[in-house]
Design a protein around this ligand. Sequence first.
Ligand code: SF4
Length: 258
Amino acid sequence: MPVSDAVSETIGDDDTASGLPLNELFYSVQGEGKLTGTPSVFVRTSGCNLRCWFCDSYHTSWEPVYAHCSIETIIEKIQSFDSASHVVLTGGEPLIHPEAVALLERLNELGYHTTVETNGTIYRDAPIDLASISPKLKSSTPTEENAPADDVDGWNKKHETERIDMDALGQLVDSYSTQLKFVVTDRTDLEEINELVAQIRANSTTTIENEDILLMPEGTTREQLADRQQTVAELAIEYGYRYTPRLHVDLWNDAPET
Ligand code: SF4
């Protein structure tokens, strides 16, 4: 599974009161979305309110591992990457943590461009330059057959009930520059994507262009992506949406901290 299954000793510090539970913090290139290829510091929080069966950050959701890190220590680690100007706050679901707002405010004060990668179920008022919203489709719901853990333990129902929050989606779209990024497993997802896009457009006052709607192939290894990427690119052409690769998988396959 990608993402770290053990937390670096350098991440944790003693300040658990005001910190964030981090899985990893690293410098790489953005692999997905409109900023693909942009060198960025990734701050990956642990913990998620959903459980996609295909989760590409298993150790932030199904089996979360983390250490708490204070906001100031996170800032120091980000500043240690001298050439970095972009920061990606990702997860898990980073917006389940109220402390994410304090981090985003500090990053804004320091002049960093911030992307927040979110599943779109939670709205927070924070300085965010790009909200990368990935609403989860029916095809993401875990079952006894597809879940990566033995015990789905109620997550099937919780995931299905909570995966779309139209109020939060509308607020996010109206508050921030956004991209809507859908993980596509096959052609049958497109009907639901079209319906969701229509609902989000009806529920917000902001114009959502088709180029803001991204189709991304499901898959966490080169082999899995190879099976799907052409189909998803052809669907993007057919529907007038944008295709996004998973460049980090192409470059580094399944490795943590990429
Ligand atoms: S919403 Fe994202 S982090 Fe949460 S389970 Fe799904 S893919 Fe994983």
